[in-house]
Design a binder for this molecule. Structure first.
Ligand code: PNW
Length: 476
């Protein structure tokens, strides 16, 4: 089903699994801050103080990754664990040692590390001066990345600078994530602008200072698949494409397109709405010519996080101003798409193939590494919904590769473990492995999907357990 050297990987992120939130010198992040200041921000009023306790149990995690047959493990470094106040003036060596040990443990077990430098846990000290809204974050991030490369570049060959800039912007313009600001249609674009510059700085720094290590770098972009609500309606077809440009193109066009800069439809719509609102300047900042050139081409592969799809039609939605109002797209789900435990995640595997083809067409068929894909359950071991999800998404992925010629080189399951699912707390579980968050030792138990994926990776096919899967699908 998949090419011989295709890489199967699985992932986590620091705040979601590590715990040890104030141990051995770690500083406070915006997530530590918000969960303690406002417990109602989280569905079950929980937090990541202990999470899956991977800070102490990482060796067990590595054995699970190995046992299931994954060749790679994607994890993130907590910025405030290594640099407690965000700056390199003070380096927290015990925090650095944790990642050294984790990397060594992975390498000793023949698992390649893929390291995400920033997966949402900004040092609170940097948020105090505006976080991603303040352009000084670009220098701060470059210095942090420099520090991380200086310590780990000799052992880590796969790097993600920033995980999901789109999701990060919703913490400034949509109230979805920390820091929980609601500057709709303003804060999100400002944050996005600085995120793009920060990524480019880190990428260029690596190429000028660390290229002898021959690492591959990118940023992970999240994208839903987009379907016209009515496949025969021209306006819906345009709405679906506009949705792709507003969600994925916002960050992909500046980096991966031939000319760089924001997609024209995003530029034009935000400029127009800003003028209509009587503003002097567009709410979407402009890049200088030099900045466009600095950002363009800062990738060695395309890193895609994909979970679900949307039906699109045109229409006004959301507050004025806001990203959704600017997009002029109203989204919904097809009733036939099976649900997960997450309201935003319905099972629509063909949408995955669509996104991969969209990337192929729009960005000249780059190498793609799927850095996240997964399904949420609620506290189950018998997770038939996840098996069905993986089966559907892996099938569509293989069609994209084998029939459409999409250049996909790797695929990552989110997640190896149940973990702290941001605002949903522990009410939505993405793990192949169950974690008992009530047990002091955070007992890990393989779910049925772990057995499924192990067999799949080993045999590079799920034909041999086809019958088993059919039965599972019926019961589910
Ligand atoms: C990702 N959407 O976030 C994150 O990278 C993970 O940390 C997270 O646990 C995982 O997916 C599951 O949520 C996403 O609305 C959040 O399409 C929202 C979306 C996609 C990904």
């Amino acid at each position: 089903m998949f090419p011989k050297d295709f890489i199967f990987s699985t992932s986590t992120a620091a705040y979601q699994v590590e715990g040890a939130w104030n141990e051995s010198g770690k500083g406070v992040s915006i997530w530590d801050d918000i969960v303690h200041r406002d417990p109602s921000f989280i569905a079950d009023r929980s937090n990541g103080d202990t999470a899956a306790d991977s800070f102490h149990l990482y060796k067990e995690d590595v054995q699970l990754v190995k046992h299931l047959g994954f060749r790679m493990y994607r994890f993130s470094i907590s910025w405030p664990r290594v640099l407690p106040d965000g700056s390199t003036k003070f380096i927290n060596e015990p925090g650095v040692k944790y990642y050294e040990d984790l990397i060594d443990e992975l390498l000793a077990n023949d698992i390649a590390p893929m390291v995400t430098i920033y997966h949402w846990d900004l040092p609170q000290m940097l948020q105090q001066k505006g976080g991603w809204l303040n352009s000084t974050i670009v220098d701060d991030f470059e210095k942090y990345a420099d520090f991380v490369f200086s310590r780990f570049a000799s052992k880590v060959k796969w790097w993600i600078t920033i995980n999901e800039p789109f999701s990060i912007t919703t913490g400034y313009g949509g109230d979805d994530y920390a820091p929980g600001l609601t500057m709709h249609g303003i804060g999100d674009y400002l944050a996005g602008h600085n995120l793009l510059k920060a990524h480019a700085r880190a990428y260029r720094l690596y190429k000028s200072k660390y290229s002898k290590f021959e690492g591959k770098l990118s940023l992970s972009l999240d994208a839903n698949g987009a379907y016209p609500k009515d496949e025969t309606n021209e306006e819906d077809i345009r709405a679906a494409n506009r949705f792709m440009e507003f969600e994925l193109g916002w960050f992909a066009h500046p980096v991966f397109s031939r000319y760089g800069n924001y997609p024209a439809v995003l530029r034009d719509r935000v400029d127009l709405n800003s003028a209509r609102e009587g503003r002097d300047d567009s709410r979407l900042p402009y890049f200088t010519k030099d900045e466009i050139e600095e950002i363009r081409g800062t990738y060695d592969f395309f890193a895609l996080n994909h979970y679900s799809s949307r039906l699109c039609t045109s229409g006004k939605t959301g507050p004025t101003p806001s990203w959704s109002r600017d997009s002029n797209v109203v989204t919904s789900f097809n009733d036939s798409w099976p649900p997960s435990q997450s309201s935003w995640l319905k099972v629509a595997p063909e949408g995955f193939r669509k996104v991969l083809n969209w990337i192929k067409t729009n960005y000249d068929n780059p190498e793609v590494f799927v850095t996240e894909n997964g399904f949420s359950d609620y506290n189950q071991l018998h997770d038939l919904g996840r098996i069905d999800y993986l089966k559907g998404y892996l099938s569509e992925l293989s069609k994209a590769i084998n029939e459409d010629g999409c250049n996909v080189i790797g695929y990552t399951v989110w997640s190896i473990l149940d973990n702290f699912e941001w605002r949903a707390g522990y009410t939505e579980r993405f793990g192949l492995v169950h974690v008992d968050f009530n047990s002091p030792n955070r007992t890990r138990t393989m779910k049925q999907s772990a057995t499924f994926i192990k067999k799949f990776i080993k045999e590079n096919s799920f034909d041999s357990n086809e019958n088993e899967i059919q039965v599972m699908y019926k019961t589910w």
